[in-house]
Design a protein around this ligand. Sequence first.
Ligand code: NAD
Length: 453
Amino acid sequence: MQARSADWYQGLVHNPIGGRLTRTLGLPAPALLRRYRVGQPLLEGPALVGSAPGGRMQDVVVRIVNQGAGEVVTEPSESDRSRWAAVVFDATGIGEVGSLVQLPQFVGPAFRRLGRSGRLLVLGTPPESLDDPEAAAAQRALDGFVRSAAKEARGGATANLLYVAQGAEAGAESTLRFLLSARSAYVSGQPIRLKAGDPTPAPTPNWEEPLAERVAVVTGAARGIGAAIAEVLARDGAHVVCVDVPAAGAGLAEVANRLGGTAFQLDITAPDAPARLLDHLRQRHGGAHVVVHNAGITRDKTLANMTPDLWSSLMAVNLEAQLRINRALLEDDALHDAARVICVSSTSGIAGNRGQTNYAASKAGIIGMVEALAPSFALRGATINAVAPGFIETEMTAAMPFAVREMGRRVNSMGQGGLPVDVAETVAWLAQPGTAGVTGQTLRVCGQSLVGA
Ligand code: NAD
């Protein structure tokens, strides 16, 4: 897995001479992000946890932090100078605009003392679930508050918002753990919605291996983001079926062997690809619990030079193959209970990108597909979501012209590109059986990129 960034400027800032030089010139210093390592505690320091009156989540958060061997402080003393590993504010009970002032009162002073790669997490009630217009407005206000706080965060800290529906409290653990831990290193400024699951997901017996005894399929697994996804899913306990085109067979075999997984050569655009994939899953593994649609290509040209061929060949891989496989999954019995389907979109699909009308259209199409299919998957007790990576350090982005690459890397709140592992950790959280309440959503993994924000 790519553990180090190819970012030359970050390397410069974090060596003694380069660091002195960039400080003297007053240049920004992108932080070294804390990333997850097996055995790492949930938080490496105390968590400050507060609540507005009527909050539903404080007890849940305190229990999870305590289970993760973390210290919880609910009433900080004036003399206490500790750095917070996390600041959590339960705003689920706020129903009036006037009560929002509790945010600067509680979070403001604490924010100054948020440690390196610290976490600000605000919990709310979904505005669309509230009849009272003032309550809905107050809850929606949390979105603007968190997005702005994320832009002020320093030292690799993140700020995110989790809207927890009434009745979804008991199913929040996997999502709270993801957002508090180092697994969400490059996810910031994002609102996530948690629905009440039916039934509430069973407790996860082992948080070191939340995917134990689950079979996961990853397309485009021979390299890049797909290989990182396969590696993280295997680390979390899954048996991974790695899929890629025959031409990538050598890389595919290397990844699958390293992880103790299975290599399956398949061009996902072939007419019989859904049937072959499902037959393989049924016969060799008894079915699948997790399907990750990661394979994707670019065929960049400005609109004036975009040929129907470039358009159609890209759509076939990026969108049509996913649609056909998803349809087959719904019609077939190859998916086990509590199945999770995760699609890889892109911030280009949200914001658009010059020279990428075909790519951006396909990636926006993925968002539409996920929203439209969520009710059908829900009938089978399954979820479907997308992740939208921003600038990620891969072979694809390494091949960009220098100026375009530097621009892509820096225009986000963290001043750096993400790593394939950041996308993989987000996919792995969505793949957990406990993440039952998140569906039909697209989560950006982009360090709060300004693109399309
Ligand atoms: P990559 O080109 O390194 O890897 C893509 C893999 O998909 C390759 O191994 C390729 O052989 C495989 N593939 C292509 N066509 C296939 C087909 N017909 N059948 C089976 N496998 C096929 O790309 P990457 O940078 O790792 O990107 C992975 C995904 O993430 C893509 O969907 C991409 O659009 C998306 N993404 C990447 C970035 C980034 O910054 N790199 C940003 C946003 C989204």
